[in-house]
Write a protein that binds this ligand. Structure first.
Ligand code: SF4
Length: 197
């Protein structure tokens, strides 16, 4: 059968109108239904962190379940270690558990040993931080050296020789930066690190 242009448009319009009409009468034919999916409850969460054992600063991913870390592995997206961890880094889970049990050696409070004392006692963080700040200030004030005399001439030095700062291998680059800034600002000159001793 041959159709001219007008007959073709009339036939097409009737067809399209029929489809719309069908859709209006029975929308399930043409329209996708909206389904409400409840949000998934994730019990295991992953958090990125930095290994604290040395200043390399490798990235790690910590998987936690409820209130505990169940797995720690190298972060494959971290530019420094690209997923690898050295033997110390692989021991990171022991911060929390050993052989599936809470690590009995994990410290949750600062320990304090008085000058001349032989035993350690648990103290509160507030007490420890206040005491450190008070003793640093007193020691610095009592032992401040503004000048030294060399060959009869006084030279300004503005320092204290009474306090030393001893860094640890577990400090990362950012912590070391801030710690040395603070030590220099306090006028310390004895600034050392365990790796150099
Ligand atoms: S201790 Fe090992 S894993 Fe941790 S930051 Fe240093 S090199 Fe990386």
């Amino acid at each position: 059968m041959e159709l001219n242009r007008r007959e073709f448009l009339k036939a097409s319009g009737a067809g399209v109108g029929g489809i719309f009409l069908l859709g209006a009468l029975n929308p399930d034919i043409a329209l996708a239904r909206t389904v409400n999916i409840p949000p998934l409850k994730r019990k295991v969460t992953e958090t990125t962190t930095i290994c604290c054992y040395c200043a390399v600063g490798c990235g790690a991913v910590v998987a936690t379940y409820e209130d505990g870390a169940i797995k720690i592995e190298g972060d494959p997206d971290h530019p420094i270690n690209e997923g690898t961890l050295c033997s110390k880094g692989q021991a990171l889970p022991q911060f929390h558990t050993v052989d599936g049990e809470d690590n009995p050696n994990r410290l949750t409070k600062p320990l304090y040993r008085a000058a001349g004392g032989t035993t350690w006692q648990e103290v509160e963080w507030d007490w420890a931080l206040d005491t450190i700040a008070q003793r640093v200030k007193k020691t610095r004030d009592d032992n401040w050296l503004s000048t030294i005399n060399v060959g009869g001439t006084n030279y300004p030095v503005n320092r204290t020789d009474a306090i030393a700062n001893f860094g640890g291998g577990e400090l990362d680059n950012e912590e070391c930066y801030l710690l040395v800034k603070m030590a220099r600002a306090l006028g310390l000159v004895y600034i050392e690190h365990c790796a150099r001793i």
